[in-house]
Write a protein that binds this ligand. Structure first.
Ligand code: ATP
Ligand code: NCN
Length: 199
């Protein structure tokens, strides 16, 4: 499962756990992005912070692992490169799946070299509150659609909550709450949800 994970939250973790169960996966590899080029001008936290939060969030699950592949590769992060790296690491006999939420799946044809990407892994699109899960725009047999428990959580909202001094307990794992505080992440984040009228 790839993601910016700024920060990782329980929506990511529930989706990964559910897909691992449904597909009988041996491992789920969380791959924090290096340079998430489609996030545009959005300010993204340092890769090491996002990597460490992902390690903290997944540490208690023996099937969950974290890869540095994307943060150690220079330049914009393309999933086709992520999958090539994982294929090289795990060998030709390992079947690769790539988990994406409904919002990411909607835009997947804008990603780099999708034809090769779809050859390297089978994609699993998961439901996400507020988005429609569909594979109508995708080539046949490239993606499976899976319903996961609805978690109306986004990293954007978590950052805004921290910026507004609101709690993120139970939206992100406890260790991630503490890491955010220790590193002072998201302190300057201002959004509509931090305006006094919405507190
Ligand atoms: N609550 C959720 N339920 C299901 N899938 C999710 C959820 N949140 C994120 N995802 C999926 O996890 C992957 C990584 O997401 P990402 O790290 O960008 O989190 P995000 O919450 O969408 O972040 P942001 O709000 O900063 O855009 C994407 O495929 C995304 O669709
Ligand atoms: O390959 C691409 O061109 C591409 C474009 C946008 C996003 N992705 C990947 O999609 C995953 C989710 O990305 P994001 O930006 O929603 O956190 C993450 O692994 C990204 O590297 C990949």
């Amino acid at each position: 499962m790839g993601g910016t994970f700024d920060p990782i939250h329980h929506g990511h973790l529930v989706a990964a756990s559910e897909v691992a169960d449904r597909f009988g996966l041996d491992e789920v590899v969380f791959v924090p992005t290096g340079d998430p080029w489609q996030k545009g001008a959005l300010r993204v936290s340092p890769a090491e912070d996002r990597y460490l939060m992902t390690v903290i969030a997944t540490a208690s699950n023996p099937r969950f692992h974290v890869s540095r592949a994307d943060i150690d590769r220079r330049g914009p992060t393309y999933t086709v490169d992520t999958l090539r790296d994982l294929r090289a690491q795990y060998g030709p006999k390992t079947q690769l799946f790539f988990i994406t939420g409904a919002d990411a799946l909607e835009k997947i044809l804008s990603w780099k070299d999708t034809a090769t990407m779809f050859e390297l892994a089978h994609f699993i699109g998961v439901t996400r509150p507020g988005f429609e899960l569909s594979d109508a725009h995708l080539p046949a047999d490239t993606v499976s659609l899976v319903q996961v428990p609805a978690m109306a959580i986004s990293s954007t909202d978590c950052r805004a909550r921290v910026g507004a001094g609101k709690p993120v307990w139970y939206l992100v794992p406890d260790g991630v709450v503490q890491y955010i505080a220790k590193r002072g992440l998201y302190q300057g984040v201002i959004s509509a949800s931090s305006s006094p009228s919405q507190r």
